[in-house]
Ligand binder design. Structure first.
Ligand SMILES: Cc1ncc(COP(=O)(O)O)c(C=O)c1O
Length: 409
């Protein structure tokens, strides 16, 4: 877990106060399925509704409705810039991280030459593998695969460094595995990639929900994330270095703007979704219990979120170790509070269904971490239990006692 180097320890997360803001929690369901998508606070839904019910048309400066659209777009880029410590001029909106990564892979690979090389990792979600592999195939570029150790669940930076040559154009790596939580040392990977003259594309989808993100400090040239994993609406965002984006020329319509980042955002933007993203960032900033500028409050909030989730993770992990026949596959030294577990003699899909019947959400599968699941020898994956800011110790107790009954059966 990466905490900010803060002299003052930020206040603990007020989980009771936070939970009141999530209408979905009133159902009584315990949501351990946050890595697939988080629940939504009312202010996010309100912001989306307000955006649609106020005067709204395409961006511009002439009418009130144009100005409202314009303000939403600026607010979105500023908010995501504050969350990620990224330059708002490089914040690109997309339908999903997957769609954005395919688009960027097409645009970036147009600069590659036959015989160039790229590095991808087997720890990654397929959304940060396949777009690059497909683009490499089209451009006659060699793909080098960095492997993780299935026993320790670690992806050491050296495993990527060993694959770098003077022909490497890009390294694509996750900041955190959505399957087993492993957080590779992205700072070192970035330094190595840059020393070799390569760009670094970081999948921050899982990482952003659980960490203070600082794309400058990480050294990511591109950092992709998905607001629906951190209390926002369903969409994707990439923060790219504006100077690099300036050099890329994606397919676009003739009359559409050639400005960055707009030239990467095809068609009319969904203003209501962008308003929801800004509201989610505002909500996160408001969890800090501190005053100060937005970025400082976000750092404090995400530090408190990480500490709360990690406390729950530690309790759950020690309980899971006691369960007969349970194997924990999340083992890396630095990892998110997302646990992959399998049970001797039981199908995880059955256990997930039993939990669902008790209103406990914890899905079974490999969650598109296709290569990682195979490398672990678990092509069908396992039971994934993920912590979110709104989870409580009572929910963890409920989960453990239901799992105890399941494995005893
Ligand atoms: C680590 C990781 N990367 C990428 C993705 C794909 O994100 P999106 O659904 O926005 O395409 C996911 C989705 O679960 C993910 O967990």
């Amino acid at each position: 877990m990466t905490f900010a180097a803060d002299a003052v320890r930020p206040p603990d997360l007020d989980v009771d106060a936070l939970r009141v803001c999530f209408p979905a929690l009133r159902s009584g369901t315990a949501f351990f399925d946050g890595p697939g998508g988080s629940q939504t606070p009312d202010v996010v839904a309100d912001a989306m509704r307000d955006a649609m019910l106020r005067p709204l048309s395409n961006r511009g400066t002439n009418t009130e409705s144009e100005r409202n659209a314009e303000a939403i777009v600026h607010d979105f880029r500023r908010s995501m810039g504050q969350l990620l410590n990224a330059d708002p001029r490089g914040v690109i909106f997309g339908r999903s991280m997957t769609a954005l990564t395919f688009d960027l892979a097409r645009a970036i690979s147009a600069t590659w030459r036959p015989g160039d090389e790229i590095v991808v990792s087997r720890l990654d979600h397929d959304a940060n593998i396949r777009p690059w592999v497909i683009a490499a195939g089209r451009a006659d570029v060699t793909v080098r695969w960095a492997d993780f150790d299935p026993d320790s669940a670690e992806l050491p930076a050296e495993n990527l460094a060993a694959l770098l040559t003077e022909r490497t154009r890009l390294v694509a790596v996750t900041a955190a595995s959505n399957l087993i939580g492993t957080m590779p040392d992205v700072r070192t990977i970035a330094a190595d990639a840059h020393a070799a003259g390569a760009l670094l594309y970081v999948d921050g989808v899982h990482y952003t929900a659980h960490n203070v993100v600082d794309v400058v400090d990480l050294g990511a040239d591109f950092f992709a994330c998905s607001p629906y994993k951190f209390l926002g609406p369903h969409c994707g965002v990439v923060a790219g270095r504006p100077d690099l984006l300036d050099e890329l020329h994606p397919d676009k319509l003739k009359p559409s703007t050639d400005q960055v980042p707009e030239r990467f955002e095809l068609g009319t933007l969904p203003y209501e979704i962008m308003a929801g993203v800004s509201a989610a960032v505002g909500f996160l900033a408001g969890c800090s219990g501190l005053d100060g500028d937005r970025r400082a409050r976000l750092v404090s909030s995400m530090t408190a979120v990480a500490r709360h989730e990690d406390r729950l993770r530690v309790v759950l992990e020690s309980e899971l170790r006691r369960l007969p026949g349970a194997t924990l596959h999340s083992r890396a030294a630095y990892r998110t509070p997302t646990l992959l577990v399998t049970f001797d003699g039981h199908r995880c899909a059955d256990i997930s269904a039993r939990l669902a019947a008790e209103r406990i959400n914890a899905p079974a599968g490999s969650f598109y971490a296709y290569e990682a699941a195979r490398r672990l020898g678990l092509p069908e994956g396992g039971l994934r239990i993920g912590m979110s800011p709104y989870n409580t110790i009572e929910e963890v107790d409920r989960l453990v006692s239901t799992l105890t009954t399941c494995v005893a059966a």
